[in-house]
Ligand binder design. Structure first.
Ligand code: PLP
Length: 457
């Protein structure tokens, strides 16, 4: 057997780690559509946004032109605690699949929050602290974002209030406890503690909540509490900017060995890990310097790219947030209760939406039992228990590698392994016990949710 030139794991030294984030929007020929004020339908001004978000983050949110932003030293030092994230050559998986494809994955699960979300959490907490704020509010679904933000706030001594979707609050008590380890307060949503929460509870008694609803509650508390702002773990431009660290590190590591991926694959919830992973590669494609295939993978039960509409919509159920133009299933869309694979948000990053609309990216949707099947195959050969979200990307990477087995092509595949699945073992249990189903929304259900989109052109 020929000697393996490329190691199983490619690390960067601390010196080699990126010192700037890359803003993909700077290279986009068509910029993502601006956030709109739902009252006036005019683009949100910096001043309006600063009532909800930290000042520096608003600047990042609205900047479509500056290609690079310096990463403050304090954030770079925090990154060094758990980064660089390894870029792994999946030799074991390749061998198991008997494929000539070369598979690489960027593993973001090496921290207590177990996902890439810490990359943006520390940045957002840092700017809140720098502005002299007392604390931040947020929502969390499965709990990864709430955990990441709790860690970042605990580290910087900021208060952190998390509204956690009620069904997750009940099903994932361990996540909640990790947040409390880091000093956050965690409230199940919808709650009686906000006006919008009380309204939703009155309208839908017994509801187990949704991300969109928890967002409404967190925003309400932020704007009504002096010294607080709201922070969001995905979807927004600023989050994609921070997550570009994933792609920048991956590209630096691949460049060390002159490796150029043919296909880059990521799971897509709100789009932050995918946007971050593809950022520098997509930049090259947009500037005409290189070509890559990009594939977004989403659950068949929450298929915003593949079956949604590219329209202005609310980011939250309570309809208090700005309107974003994005591929959406409608802010009232709720994935079926049996859906356990995460990636439940009804919309998609407006940056990725524009790239998808312009044909720079592909998207596919996959069934959750296939996702868990792939997760297990992966766990058994690569020694990492993957998060269900991440496993959407694993499945499609494996499928592409199997195609290479048929055609004999030696394609290079890069995918994002966003996190670990230790808090998802109830979902794995359902899968093992044969209780996991594959509910896919009907056209009529999607049409009904889309019919309620706000009328904006
Ligand atoms: C939150 C999360 C995702 C999806 O969010 P994006 O913003 O689409 O990246 C994917 N994987 C893991 C492990 C997550 O925690």
């Amino acid at each position: 057997m020929a000697e393996k030139k490329i190691p199983y794991k490619i690390y960067l030294t601390e010196e080699e780690m990126p010192k700037q984030w890359y803003n993909l929007r700077a290279d986009m020929p068509t910029k993502p559509a601006p956030l709109l004020n739902p009252g006036t339908l005019e683009p949100m001004t910096a001043q309006e946004l600063e009532g909800v978000f930290c000042k520096e983050l608003v600047k990042q949110e609205l900047d479509n032109d500056t290609p690079y932003f310096d990463i403050p030293t304090e954030i770079r030092d925090f990154y060094k605690m758990y980064r660089p994230a390894p870029l792994v050559r999946a030799y074991c998986l390749e061998e198991k699949l008997g494929t000539p494809a070369k598979i690489y994955y960027k593993f973001e699960g090496n921290n207590t929050s177990g996902s890439h979300k810490l990359n943006s959490a520390i940045a957002q907490a840092y700017y809140a602290k720098a502005q002299g704020l007392k604390g931040v509010t947020t929502e969390t679904g499965a709990g990864q974002w709430g955990t990441a933000l709790s860690m970042a706030c605990g580290y910087l001594g900021l208060d952190c209030k998390v509204f956690m979707v009620k069904c997750s609050y009940e099903q994932k008590p361990f996540r909640r406890e990790v947040m409390r380890v880091h000093g956050a307060s965690v409230v199940p949503s919808p709650s009686e503690s906000t006006e919008v929460g009380r309204k939703i509870l009155a309208q839908f008694p017994g509801t187990t909540g949704s991300l969109g609803c928890a967002i409404s509650e967190a925003v309400e508390v932020a704007v009504n509490t002096p010294g607080y702002r709201y922070v969001l773990g995905s979807v927004l431009n600023q989050v994609l900017l921070h997550q570009s660290i994933i792609g920048l590190e991956a590209k630096l590591a691949l460049d060390k060995y002159d490796v150029k991926p043919d296909i880059i694959i990521g799971c897509a919830g709100g789009g932050s890990n995918l946007g971050g992973l593809i950022a520098p590669f997509m930049g090259e494609k947009l500037r005409g310097e290189a070509d890559y295939r990009f594939i977004a993978v989403e659950p068949a039960s929450c298929p915003s790219f593949t079956r949604g509409a590219y329209r202005y919509d609310f980011c939250d159920t309570g309809m208090v947030c700005p309107l974003a133009k994005m591929y959406t299933l409608g802010s009232g869309f709720m994935p079926s209760a049996d859906h356990a694979g995460g990636l439940r948000f009804h919309g998609m990053s407006s940056t990725l939406s524009q790239l998808y609309a312009d044909g720079y990216m592909e998207a596919v949707s996959v069934r959750q039992t296939d996702v868990f099947q792939a997760a297990e195959e992966f766990a058994r050969v690569e020694g990492i228990l993957p998060a269900p979200e991440s496993s959407h990307a694993i499945l499609v990477a494996m499928n592409e590698a199997k195609k290479c087995r048929e055609t004999g092509e030696e394609k290079t595949i890069l995918f994002g392994l966003t996190g670990t699945g230790y808090f998802d073992l109830f979902a794995y249990e359902k899968f093992h016990d044969g209780e996991m189903t594959n509910y896919i929304p009907t056209d009529a259900e999607i049409a009904a949710a889309l019919a309620k989109l706000p009328k904006v052109e």
